[in-house]
Write a protein that binds this ligand. Structure first.
Ligand SMILES: Cc1cc2nc3c(=O)[nH]c(=O)nc-3n(C[C@H](O)[C@H](O)[C@H](O)COP(=O)(O)O)c2cc1C
Length: 181
């Protein structure tokens, strides 16, 4: 699979088979995703693999804002909580912000890593979907996240039970402009 095929072929998957995700396969995906770039190579992203009763508890108790996400999490054999260590990416050693984006680089780094994770999973035949709508405070409490960590996104993962078509993309003319003086 070329990088082009991987980037274009990955789809958000919301229906999964019962086949479990092995720890070996997951370790390989996380190792590949660790090659994502990060602010001053701070490598702040940490993944928590959630299965069983806790996964289903997150599905039923943290998705009232968008119940469909609860169904997706329940349907998946595994849920990845994508977290990051706070106050490193985008920060100076004395705790001040490095740029006017302030703490924004933390989510930037985590987003890059999440996409790398999803692409690496796709290469292994696994489906993923990044979820942004959930009760962050409740999910963080259920995951017993320590003070220095923040929950960025949830990613249900498993073997796909659907083959959705790619949603239409904007044309390059809308996405790209040139400037010269
Ligand atoms: C930051 C982010 C948050 C998202 N949140 C959700 C979500 O809460 N629920 C959901 O079903 N899909 C969610 N998605 C998936 C998008 O809907 C999906 O990526 C988009 O429709 C394009 O489809 P594709 O991923 O198959 O190319 C999210 C994607 C991103 C990047």
């Amino acid at each position: 699979m070329t990088a082009n095929e991987c980037i274009r072929g990955r789809r958000s998957i919301r229906q999964f088979t019962d086949k479990p995700v092995s720890r070996d396969v997951l370790a390989g995906i996380v190792e590949t995703a660790s090659y994502a770039p990060s602010w001053k190579h701070t490598q702040i992203v940490r993944y928590i693999a959630v299965e069983g009763a806790l996964k289903d508890k997150i599905a039923s108790e943290c998705t009232s804002a968008y119940a469909k996400n609860g169904e997706i999490i329940k349907n998946a054999p595994m849920l990845i909580a994508v977290t990051f260590i706070k106050n490193r990416s985008g920060f100076e050693r004395d705790g001040s912000f490095s740029t006017p984006k302030e703490g924004g680089w933390q989510m930037f780094d985590t987003g890059i890593a999440a996409e790398a994770f999803c692409l690496a999973a796709y290469e292994q035949g696994l489906g993923t979907v990044i979820l942004g709508i959930f009760d962050e405070a409740k999910a963080s409490a259920l995951l017993s996240l320590p003070e220095d960590r923040e929950l960025a996104a949830l990613i249900p993962i498993g073997y796909p039970a659907e083959e959705p078509a790619a949603p239409k993309r904007k044309p390059v003319e809308d996405l790209l402009s040139y400037m010269e003086s």
